[in-house]
Design a protein around this ligand. Structure first.
Ligand SMILES: Cc1cc2nc3c(=O)[nH]c(=O)nc-3n(C[C@H](O)[C@H](O)[C@H](O)COP(=O)(O)O)c2cc1C
Length: 340
């Protein structure tokens, strides 16, 4: 078992490693949530757009292991259309509720009254301030490299900007393009208290993603994803600005890139074709929703192995850095001694 990396995030959530599972719609079910939690991270169930029967079923599975801490994540603008789903989540006494993509204020007091921490995923400073004003306990600063929906700022830009804005009041978690221990160590150097991973856990044994989609993530090279509105338009799923979606570049994306207006004019036909492809698992047309981290992902291990590898690698990097600065300091002392 690797050493634990303690941060303000691990203390607040009561977990061993500062690694959070992103609440991925369709992909992050109870099995993956428990697998990440049991590995010492923090599993967050992907409540997504909110399907009551699915949510109740998956929460039922989580309750079979009553001691395991977990979170439930929602797409905020979608939750606003069926706010009663928050009660389904809160009745299960999650340690945290994560809200992404929209104003968290209408839900914040219910979440806190229900005894859960409020995690807010944000993409710029205004959203971060809105989340802090609503009482967020943890901020997830998401860069454009992220799989799924997001905005335009890069992870290396947004993470330190939000760390500065939060000024130690709440832990900041980095998301977008992180898939190994180098990413975890780098984000900690930028001031993050942990990381939230989507794409890396998608390609894990316990994820509910289609096996073919997992294989495509493993085969994809760096630079083979794109952010845009084609897959959302094709499934009649219009998102509010400024959010767009990142997925693997496939035949469908190549066909419609720079022809979005034409897609809109033919949306009925395209949507029927897209729905049929989704049902058939044809990922030349249906999107594999994934982020820039695909270039770092080459296998489909158990979630626990992903966590172990990341922590071991990050720990070695951080320890190596400490050792080399200690060596440097002792060299400086020697040099000083020589001079004096
Ligand atoms: C397949 C997939 C589905 C996602 N669905 C959601 C979602 O329903 N709600 C949400 O808050 N974020 C969702 N995200 C975004 C994640 O919360 C997170 O920001 C992202 O996965 C981090 O970047 P990474 O994929 O490079 O690790 C999704 C990401 C992926 C890859």
């Amino acid at each position: 078992m690797p050493m634990s990396i303690d941060t303000p995030l691990t203390g607040l959530l009561g977990i061993r490693h500062p690694i959070l599972l992103a609440p991925m719609d369709v992909v992050a079910g109870a099995r993956l949530t428990l697998a990440v939690t049991n590995a010492g991270g923090f599993g967050i169930l992907g409540g997504g757009y909110g399907e009551k029967a699915w949510l109740e079923q998956e929460i039922g599975k989580l309750k079979q292991q009553p001691q395991a801490p977990f979170g439930v994540g929602f797409i905020t603008w979608s939750l606003a259309r069926q706010p009663e789903l928050l009660d389904v989540a809160l009745n299960a006494q999650p340690r945290a509720v994560m809200l992404s993509f929209g104003d968290p204020k209408p839900f914040a007091s219910r979440i806190k009254a229900g005894g859960a921490l409020l995690i807010c995923q944000i993409q710029n400073e205004d959203m971060a301030q809105e989340a802090l004003d609503a009482g967020a306990d943890i901020l997830v600063a998401q860069g454009t490299e992220a799989g799924g929906h997001g905005a335009s700022r890069t992870t290396i830009d947004i993470v330190p900007a939000i760390v500065d804005l939060a000024a130690g009041r709440v832990p900041v978690v980095a998301a977008g393009g992180i898939a190994d221990g180098r990413g975890l160590a780098a984000m900690m150097m930028l001031g993050a208290a942990g990381v939230l991973l989507g794409t890396r856990f998608y390609a894990s044994e316990e994820s509910d993603g289609a096996e073919e989609a997992k294989k495509r993530i493993c085969a994809a090279k760096s630079g083979s994803t794109t952010r845009g509105i084609i897959f959302d338009m094709s499934r009649n799923n219009v998102w509010p600005a400024p959010f767009t979606g990142r997925c693997l570049i496939n035949d469908h994306v190549r066909r419609w890139t720079d022809r979005e207006l034409e897609l809109l004019q033919n949306v009925k036909k395209v949507a029927a074709e897209y729905a049929a492809a989704t049902a058939a698992g044809n990922f030349d047309i249906a999107a594999v929703i994934a982020g820039d981290a695909v270039g770092l992902i080459h296998d489909i291990p158990k979630a626990a192995e992903i966590v172990d590898r990341m922590v071991t690698e990050a720990d070695q990097i951080i320890l190596g850095r400490r050792n080399s600065s200690a060596a440097l300091r002792s060299k400086e002392i020697c040099a000083d001694t020589l001079i004096t």
